[in-house]
Design a protein around this ligand. Structure first.
Ligand SMILES: *Cc1c(COP(=O)(O)O)cnc(C)c1O
Length: 404
């Protein structure tokens, strides 16, 4: 006999198990706008100014004056909310403008806005692929891609992370299983390592086996590539990727919202059938207006993405010189390898005392024995901020025996 008291007791036991396993996630409360320096609230109610090295605020646009001004202007001229899905009465001229502007920025034909990139991925696969089709996916793809693929009837194939030989095996298997259409889908940049997908090899394999190629460019749109268009530009494949999904919640202003960008036919069908688009509210006008201002900034100058690249080079090289073990690469995600989960937590805690806010990642977010601190750089960081961070890492690293 079950009753509701059993149910709530069961939940309490689950929560305790999460705590016992050391996997309980707490939220840190911030009392300032998002930026290079933030104000955090400790559990005793005291307030602390810290340097923030863990936001997805790659271009420093979360609190940029031009972006805030554009949000105000949209609020003033288009109101606060639309109280509607897009196809009833939730589409303003601003929404159409942003879709056109994103298509131009990304080098695609058309774009569809969603409330989040999670929804863009959640509503992508089911309308496009049926049970005769195949979707081939990197094993480390983002949770939203995995969920989106679960919702579609296509046959699923999964290749080892970033392993092109295994991708080819999957393509061959899908062909021999008689797949009608094949779609290969990957994160453009993987968030735990900053690994950039090998889109050149992937495009060649897709062409060889007659497959479509899609990327989720959440950790790339706005700053990867010479003019910040994304991983496809970075890899010399601008205009040569079939489907791009992305977020407005990271480099492109950091509020919220997502999109899918592709050929006209793809977007037109998604407008008819994609469930998170059909059954969820339209994006707020102030976010839409602010994102148009973000694209104005990025199309007008590469200064922000250049500064981010410069900050990334400086920080990676200074940390390597100190003797830290960092995963090589060029992305502003900089994984500082500690390997031991407890040590990663101690390092993050000590750095916070020193005024540097970073987060330790350990199993199950990364594989066992691969614990790390993930630093994320921003164009909002000044050189003196990064020098301060590097010297705090040096001090904490020596104290904890990570550096000699
Ligand atoms: C952050 C992220 C998402 C989710 O983006 P939201 O717009 O916040 O829903 C999806 N995919 C990847 C790869 C991400 O990094």
């Amino acid at each position: 006999m079950t009753n509701t008291r059993d149910f709530y007791g069961h939940l309490s036991a689950e929560l305790q198990a999460i705590r016992d396993a050391g996997l309980y996630k707490a939220e840190r409360v911030i009392t300032s706008p998002q930026g290079a320096r933030i104000q955090t609230l400790a559990s005793d109610g005291s307030s602390h100014a810290v340097l923030n090295l863990c936001a997805n605020n790659y271009l420093g646009l979360s609190s940029h004056p031009a972006v805030i001004a554009a949000a105000h202007e949209a609020l003033r001229t288009r109101g606060y909310g639309m109280s509607s899905v897009r196809f009833i009465c939730g589409t303003q001229d601003l929404h159409k403008t942003l879709e056109t502007r994103l298509s131009r920025f990304l080098g695609t034909e058309d774009t569809l806005l969603y409330a989040a990139a999670f929804d863009a991925n959640g509503g992508l696969f089911e309308p496009l692929l049926g049970e005769q089709d195949a979707v081939i996916s990197d094993e480390l793809n983002h949770a939203s891609i995995i969920d989106g693929i679960r919702l579609c009837k296509a046959k699923r194939y999964r290749y080892k992370h970033n392993d092109m030989a295994d991708l080819e095996l999957c393509l061959r298997q899908a062909a021999s299983d008689g797949a009608r259409y094949k779609l290969v889908f990957t994160d453009g940049v993987f968030s735990m390592d900053g690994t950039v997908a090998q889109l050149g090899s992937m495009r060649s394999l897709c062409d060889q086996y007659g497959a479509l190629l899609g990327i989720d460019d959440c950790h790339a749109s706005g700053f990867m590539g010479a003019t910040g268009r994304g991983t496809h530009e970075h890899r010399g494949l601008f205009g040569k990727v079939d489907i791009i999904t992305g977020t407005l919640g990271k480099a492109l202003g950091g509020a919220s919202g997502g999109f899918t960008s592709a050929r006209r036919e793809v977007i037109e069908l998604l407008r008819q059938r994609s469930r998170p688009y059909l059954f969820s509210n339209t994006l707020a006008p102030c976010i839409v207006g602010a994102t148009i201002a973000v694209l104005d900034l990025l199309e007008g100058s590469t200064a922000l993405r250049d500064k981010l690249a410069d900050n990334t080079r400086y920080f990676r090289s200074a940390m390597t010189q100190l003797g830290f073990d960092i995963k090589p690469g060029e992305h502003p995600i900089v994984p500082i390898m500690v390997y031991d989960a407890a040590l990663a937590q101690q390092l993050a805690a000590r750095l916070l005392e020193l005024g540097i806010y970073v987060v330790g990642f350990f199993f199950p977010v990364v594989p066992k024995g691969q614990a790390r601190i993930r630093v994320q750089l921003s164009a909002a960081h000044q050189r003196e901020d990064l020098e301060r961070a590097v010297s705090a890492f040096a001090q904490a690293g020596r104290e904890l025996g990570l550096l000699v």
